[in-house]
Design a protein around this ligand. Structure first.
Ligand SMILES: Cc1ncc(COP(=O)(O)O)c(C=O)c1O
Length: 399
């Protein structure tokens, strides 16, 4: 990318990151080695959950999460229309039905009152689960959502792709980290380059549930188990049918017990993840500082009709403002080398979902938000002078 261009998001790779990757490349395991478990353990420590399963990307994490919770053609699942399509697509991969629920116009998160309305409008048992998204980095109040989900017998997959390090404060005054598994059954993360932790492609699933953890490990790798205590075929069969009176399964033996996938992360990506994780808090602090500066710069400007605001638990994957003449601003910024972005085109209005029956007017808050939203650059290496440049160009456009 041209040096003078300011993108909306960008990875931060240091010499230490590069050395960590090279060390693994010089070692014995490019994949299925010990660095994966190390990354999983360090990530679960960071998030504050019991288990973590590294996977090839955030979309694979969503797919496996849906499979582990048993999503199938009979499952109806609720998610937000303002998200990356993968949050909804994972349900379609399993043949299930997606139902969107409109957003709150201030927080831009799924509106929990509307979720309750949707669930209440059908007999209990109609919906299998809910996929809330910590959109832009702002944590969904999962304590509240858990109460609703329990009332209707639903599971929760928290899409925390935007929010490693984000948190909300629960009714007991306790900080609840995004993805910590206290209220959600499973949570998922992405390590795409624009995210807080970058591994190129990569993802993680977190949980406190040991059964789900074991299921995810198998599904990540073809549905294969090497755990002797779980084998279904006999020891004699495993040794070769002509062998009799064998007392142990041979070392080579493994069983494919269900239909799984190859959604593994490589060890050199995991090494990059571990190295990036060391700077996660630093990056988060910088994102919060930048967001505060944007907020202060725009709080009294009449042309900014909405701002994602300042919230101490916000992880600021994105800094979003809502403006009039968004198209004009976008083009003007681009002319000046500032590549703002739009997050997101409402998912239900993507032609794929329109073909399933969704239409304009279904989710008015999401559609209204889309008319004015624009994501301004926010990433740890964005300098103060670049930030001032972005702010000055926005102000200049509105004159
Ligand atoms: C909210 C959300 N969910 C899921 C994903 C999918 O992650 P990945 O790109 O790693 O497959 C993304 C990535 O952009 C995302 O922003």
């Amino acid at each position: 990318m041209n040096k003078s261009v300011i993108p909306y998001g960008k990875q931060n790779i240091t010499e230490e990151d590069i050395r960590a990757v090279i060390n693994v490349l010089n070692g014995d395991f490019l994949t299925q080695g010990p660095t994966i478990l190390e990354f999983e353990q360090k990530f679960s420590d960071y998030i504050g959950c019991k288990y973590a399963v590294a996977v090839s990307n955030g979309t694979a994490a969503l797919h496996l999460a849906a499979l582990a919770l048993g999503v199938n053609a009979d499952s109806k699942v609720i998610t937000t229309p303002i998200t990356f399509a993968a949050s909804a697509n994972c349900i379609r991969y399993c043949g299930g039905e997606v139902v969107f629920s409109d957003i709150d116009p201030i927080s831009y998160l799924i509106d929990l009152n509307k979720v309750r309305e949707t669930l209440s409008s059908s007999p209990k048992g109609t919906y299998a689960g809910i996929i809330p998204v910590d959109f832009a980095g702002l944590a969904v109040n999962l304590e509240e959502l858990r109460k609703i989900a329990d009332e209707f017998g639903c599971w929760i997959i928290e899409d925390a792709c935007h929010a490693p390090g984000g948190f909300f404060v629960d009714s007991n005054g306790i900080k609840q980290n995004c993805g910590n598994g206290v209220f959600a059954d499973l949570a998922i993360f992405s390590f795409h380059p624009v995210k807080h932790i970058a591994t190129g492609e990569g993802g993680m699933i977190t949980t406190n549930d040991e059964n789900l953890y074991q299921k995810l490990l198998a599904l990540r790798s073809h549905g294969i188990t090497r755990d002797k205590t779980k084998f279904i075929n006999s020891i004699d069969f495993a040794n070769g049918n002509d062998q009799r009176n064998s007392f142990e399964y041979p070392n080579w033996y493994m069983e494919m017990q269900e239909l799984g996938y190859n959604y593994r992360l490589t060890d050199f990506q995991a090494a990059l993840g571990i190295s990036q994780l060391k700077r996660a808090d630093e990056g988060l602090a910088k994102r919060r500082k930048l967001a505060k500066k944007y907020f202060d710069a725009f709080k009294n400007k009449g042309y900014v009709i909405g701002q994602s605001g300042v919230n101490e638990g916000h992880a600021y994957h994105l800094y979003i403002i809502e403006v009039k003449n968004r198209r004009g601003l976008y083009d003007y910024l681009k002319l000046n080398g500032i590549y703002a972005q739009i997050h997101y085109i409402p998912c239900h209005l993507m032609p794929y979902y329109k073909n399933l029956g969704f239409k304009l007017g279904d989710y008015p808050q999401a559609e209204n938000y889309y008319k004015g939203c624009i994501s301004l650059p926010v990433y740890p290496t964005l300098s103060d002078s670049e930030l001032s440049f972005v702010i000055s160009k926005v102000n200049e456009f509105y004159g």
